[in-house]
Design a binder for this molecule. Structure first.
Ligand SMILES: *Cc1c(COP(=O)(O)O)cnc(C)c1O
Length: 395
C-alpha cells in the first residue's frame, strides 16, 4: 500500500552530486513549486529569482537568452520566443496600436512582409514598404504617426546592404524606433545596437542554432520599458519557446562562431568560383568588388560578408531544374544557416506570389538562386557547382 501511494509522488530533489553536469540539463518542467506563498510573492516581485510557469520563463530559455545578450551586447536581457516570426510579431503587434504607421524594408523576410501588408492593416495599423538603401524615400515615408522602421541589414535574396547608419540617424531625428532583423548578418558580422538600432530581432532557427532542428527567435530592446513590454507580450500571447528547442539551440550555438567563420570563408571562395563559370549571368556577394554596395558592406560589416551568395543562371526554369537535379549533395530547401549548403529558388518559393514581371524588376529571374553556404570542403563544393552549372548550360 505504502509503495503504491508513494509511486505517484515526485522526488523532492534531484540525486545529490558534489560535481556538476558539464552539459546544460534539459528542464521540461512546465510548473515550478515554491515553498510558501511568501516565497512566491517574493518571486513575482523580483526579490527572489525563481521560475513559476514555463510560459513565463524557464532555465533553458534563459541560457539561450544570455548567449545572445552577450553576442549582441544587448543592454537588457532579451526575450527568447518560439520562432523568429514570433519575435517579429512581438515587435509589430506588441509595440503598436491602431492608428500607428509602420515602415518596412521592401525586401524583408517573406512572412514579415506579409504581416506588414496583410495583418497590420487589418488591425488599423498603416504600413509602407520602402527600399532601405534609399534615404530620400525613407525620409519621405515618415509620418507624424510613424512608430517604427523595420529592416534587415542585408536583404534577402538579392543581398543589398542597407544604409543602417543613415537610417539610425533619421530614426533618432524623427523619434521613430529602428528595428533590425539581424538573422542574415548575425552578431558575428554586425551588431545593430552599436549602430544605433533600438530593437534587434533574430531567427535563432538559422545560423545561430545551425542544424535545422530547432525553431526559436529572440528580440531585445535598448529601452528597458520596451524590453519589458516585449517580454509581457510574449508571455500573454503564448509565443514562449520549448525547453527542448532551447536546449538544442544552445548546443548549436556553442559552435556558432566557428561555423560562421568557416562558412563565410567558403562563401567568398564559391562566389569567385561561380563568377568564373560559363553559364552564370551574375554573382551577388557583398564581399566582391563588383557588388554595388561593396564599400558600404566593408564599412558596416567590418569585412565580414556572411555566408549567403546569390547568382543568376543563364536560362529559364528548365535550366533551374537541371541545376538542382545535378547539384549532388546540396539540399534544395527553403532555409539558410544549416551545416550543409542549401539552395533556394525565390521564383518557386519565397517570391512565388509575385508576378514574373515584379520578380524581374527585383532582379529575381527564373535562373536566380540563393545559396546558404555550409561547412563542406570548399574545393569539393566548388566542384559540385561546376558540374551543376554545366548541366544547366546543356539543358
Ligand atoms: C527565417 C527568418 C525569419 C523567421 O524565422 P522562423 O524561425 O522561421 O520563424 C525571420 N527573418 C529572417 C531574416 C529569416 O531568415
Amino acid at each position: 500500500m505504502k509503495n503504491e501511494k508513494g509511486s505517484i509522488m515526485r522526488p523532492d530533489a534531484l540525486p545529490e552530486s558534489a560535481s556538476r553536469p558539464v552539459a546544460t540539463p534539459l528542464s521540461p518542467s512546465v510548473v515550478y513549486a515554491s515553498d510558501t506563498p511568501d516565497m512566491l510573492d517574493q518571486q513575482y516581485e523580483g526579490a527572489l529569482h525563481g521560475y513559476t510557469y514555463a510560459r513565463e520563463g524557464h532555465p533553458n530559455a534563459d541560457v539561450v537568452a544570455k548567449r545572445l545578450d552577450r553576442l549582441e551586447q544587448a543592454p537588457h536581457s532579451g526575450v527568447v520566443t518560439g520562432s523568429g516570426m514570433a519575435a517579429v510579431s512581438a515587435v509589430l503587434l506588441g509595440l503598436t496600436r491602431a492608428g500607428d504607421h509602420v515602415i518596412g524594408g521592401n525586401q524583408l523576410y517573406g512572412r514579415s512582409l506579409r504581416m506588414m501588408t496583410e495583418d497590420l492593416p487589418r488591425l488599423g495599423i498603416a504600413t509602407s514598404m520602402v527600399d532601405p538603401g534609399d534615404m530620400d524615400a525613407m525620409r519621405a515615408a515618415i509620418r507624424p504617426e510613424t512608430r517604427m522602421i523595420m529592416i534587415e541589414a542585408v536583404s534577402n535574396p538579392t543581398l543589398q546592404v542597407a544604409d543602417v547608419t543613415g537610417l539610425a540617424a533619421l530614426a533618432r531625428e524623427k523619434g521613430v524606433l529602428l528595428v533590425v532583423d539581424n538573422t542574415f548578418t548575425t552578431p558575428r558580422a554586425f551588431r545593430p545596437f552599436e549602430h544605433g538600432a533600438d530593437i534587434v530581432i533574430h531567427s535563432i532557427t538559422k545560423l545561430l542554432a545551425g542544424h535545422s532542428d530547432a525553431m526559436l527567435g529572440y528580440v531585445a530592446a535598448r529601452d528597458k520599458a520596451l524590453n519589458d513590454q516585449l517580454r509581457i507580450f510574449m508571455i500573454t500571447s503564448g509565443m514562449n519557446p520549448s525547453p527542448f528547442d532551447c536546449w538544442l539551440a544552445e548546443r548549436g550555438m556553442l559552435s556558432f562562431e566557428l561555423r560562421f567563420d568557416r562558412a563565410q570563408a567558403t562563401a567568398m571562395i564559391l562566389a569567385d568560383h561561380l563568377a568564373g563559370l560559363a553559364g552564370i549571368k551574375r554573382v551577388i556577394y557583398p564581399g566582391r568588388r563588383d557588388h554595388p554596395d561593396h564599400a558600404r558592406a566593408q564599412k558596416l560589416l567590418a569585412g565580414q560578408f556572411c555566408n549567403m551568395v546569390s547568382f543568376e543562371l543563364d536560362g529559364a526554369r528548365g535550366a533551374a531544374n537541371a541545376f538542382t537535379r545535378a547539384a549532388d549533395g546540396l539540399r534544395f530547401a527553403p532555409t539558410l544557416g544549416d551545416v550543409g549548403t542549401t539552395l533556394s529558388h525565390p521564383a518557386s518559393s519565397s517570391h512565388r506570389g509575385l508576378s514574373a514581371q515584379n520578380r524581374e524588376a527585383l532582379g529575381m529571374s527564373e535562373g536566380f538562386f540563393r545559396v546558404s553556404v555550409g561547412l563542406e570542403d570548399p574545393d569539393a563544393l566548388c566542384a559540385v557547382f561546376t558540374q551543376a552549372v554545366a548541366a544547366a548550360l546543356e539543358s
